[in-house]
Design a protein around this ligand. Structure first.
Ligand code: HEM
Length: 505
């Protein structure tokens, strides 16, 4: 069976080589393509550049080939954007033309072929989904409804860490507790639910399935089938696993959260005055026939992938930088003590009065950008960019990390120095008011979750610094801040063990 498949694939490969040479000759004449390394037939640049197109590798390529460069990954065209001016063109001026998302066989499985919002093409469906999700998730009213919940979750983290004798001596992996906090912050908004402990069986199942989904979607393992469609039949086993994980995960959302909420609503009607949680609004839209049952599930799926780990990685990076820069940590603590008074726990409205806290968060998001290449964009039709032709359905990667870390545009960008956002970069905000700094993107497909992420970061980091002196574990001068990932998301390679010594206030 597999031999027949192999024979077919080899024949197909030969045919593809001939076609690719012919097409590239024709295209070369017709198109003025962006520069890039010289592609070979069938594989394009894949064998030269490899699988790991992370933010640093792409920055190195930009230094060689310029602000708009083209990589051919098998049959896929990948355009890398590396300057603020071109980023403006892609995300703002030509926001509609470049406002779609790429698809592949694996994402098609996890999103039901684009029935979701985050990974769907630009158009009517996306517009409707984004509109329906805005009121329940992305307004200041939501922040006001849930901020005491986030403050409560942060207070519980502080209490749990204080109660753990290891925390002040050998140290603990703080991230584990913060992960529970982030799930609770988001599950309170979505379903008015929280998980009691890190050992809660439902939390463990959810975490495992979300982890599997991210691993499978972000793996390089299926690249060959994505880049060279003829090899796709060999992905059968991989895709089968993806389908199983997707089914189990959606079933879990359905059985344990959606059905529960529907049952509750039928016995105890939610009042319209504000006790509705996000899913009640989404179910209303389903009842009105605006979306179907699957869309509801994919909204839950999207929040699980887009909201929880992104914010958690940023908190984790922020804490690691504060441990490695005790002077910054102390300065932040002084600000909290001076502005709020010692022992007065920081709340969401306070975060506006704390410029140094804001600067620490901005600097963390600059140097350790959680989604360094944004979520890939795509042009549905042939387009123009900076005088070059961009073939339809190219994957467009905006290297936002490089925009924010290019020494031509930033003073000593490799340094973690929050002061820059109070001094020479005082006007730069995280909302995309400066095209050198786009941690949440900008324009039509920008992150709507910024309105929640920034206060959650402020409350969490603020409370930790108010309550603890955060230090590396005994015998270690600094935490290891080696990076992992970069192509989809950028996280710390090893979750740090951190000593949290309670302050005597
Ligand atoms: C520090 C935390 C976060 C960071 C750094 C972040 C970053 C991003 C980035 C870079 C994008 C892609 C922008 C683009 O493609 O141009 C994005 C998209 C998105 N984010 Fe976030 N995000 C964070 C938290 C959140 C939260 C808390 C939520 C939800 C509650 C959320 C929901 C979304 C959604 C729904 C999209 C897709 C928007 C679309 O395609 O129209 N994010 N985010």
């Amino acid at each position: 069976m597999d031999l027949v498949l192999l024979e077919k694939a080899l024949l197909g490969l030969f045919a593809a080589i001939v076609v690719a040479i012919a097409v590239s000759k024709l295209r070369g004449k017709r198109f003025r393509l962006p520069p890039g390394p010289l592609p070979v037939p069938v594989f394009g640049n894949w064998l030269q550049v490899g699988d790991d197109l992370n933010h640093r590798n792409l920055s190195a390529l930009a230094r060689r080939f310029g602000d708009i460069l083209l990589l051919r990954m098998g049959q896929r065209n990948l355009v890398v954007v590396s300057s603020p001016a071109v980023a403006r063109d892609v995300l703002h001026t030509q926001g509609v033309e470049f406002g779609s998302r790429t698809r592949n066989v694996v994402f098609d499985i996890f999103t039901g072929k684009g029935q979701d919002m985050v990974f769907t093409v630009y158009g009517e469906h996306w517009r409707k989904m984004r509109r329906i999700m805005t009121v329940p998730f992305f307004t200041n009213k939501v922040v006001q409804q849930y901020r005491t919940g986030w403050e409560d979750e942060a207070a519980r983290v502080v209490a749990d860490v204080k109660a753990d004798p290891k925390a002040a001596t050998e140290g603990i992996v703080l991230r584990r507790r913060l992960q529970l906090m982030m799930y609770n912050n988001m599950y309170r908004i979505m379903f008015d639910r929280r998980f009691e402990s890190e050992e809660d069986p439902l939390f463990l199942r959810l975490k495992a399935l979300n982890g599997e989904r991210s691993r499978l979607a972000q793996s390089f393992e299926y690249n060959y089938g994505d880049f060279i469609p003829l090899l796709r039949p060999f992905l059968r086993g991989y895709l089968k696993i993806c389908k199983e994980v997707k089914e189990r995960r959606l079933q879990l959302f359905k059985d344990y959260f959606l059905e529960e909420r529907k049952k509750l609503a039928s016995t105890k009607p939610v009042d319209n005055a504000g006790l509705k949680c996000a899913i009640d609004h989404i179910l209303d839209a389903e009842k009105k026939g605006e979306i179907n049952e699957d869309n509801v599930l994919y909204i839950v799926e999207n929040i699980n992938v887009a909201a929880i780990e992104t914010t958690l990685w940023s908190i984790e990076w922020g804490i690691a930088e504060l441990v490695n820069h005790p002077d910054v940590q102390q300065k932040l603590r002084n600000e909290l003590d001076t502005v709020l008074g010692p022992g007065v726990a920081v709340t969401e409205p306070d975060t506006q009065k704390l410029p140094y806290l804001q600067a620490v968060i901005k600097e963390t998001l600059r140097l350790r950008m959680a989604i360094p290449l944004l979520v890939p964009h795509m042009n549905l039709h042939d387009a123009k960019l900076g005088g070059f032709d961009i073939p339809a359905e190219s994957k467009i990667l905006v290297n936002a990390w490089w925009l924010a870390n290019n020494p031509d545009h930033w003073k000593k960008p490799e340094e973690f120095r929050p002061e820059r956002f109070l001094e020479e970069e005082a006007k730069v905000e995280a909302n995309g008011n400066d095209f050198r700094y786009l941690p949440f993107g900008v324009g039509r497909r920008s992150c709507p979750g910024i309105i929640l992420a920034l206060p959650i970061l402020g409350i969490t980091i603020g409370r930790l610094v108010q309550n603890f002196e955060l230090l590396p574990p005994p015998g270690q001068k600094k935490l290891d801040t080696s990076e992992k990932g970069g192509q989809f998301s950028l996280h710390i390679l090893k979750h740090s063990t951190i000593v949290a010594k309670p302050r005597m206030i």
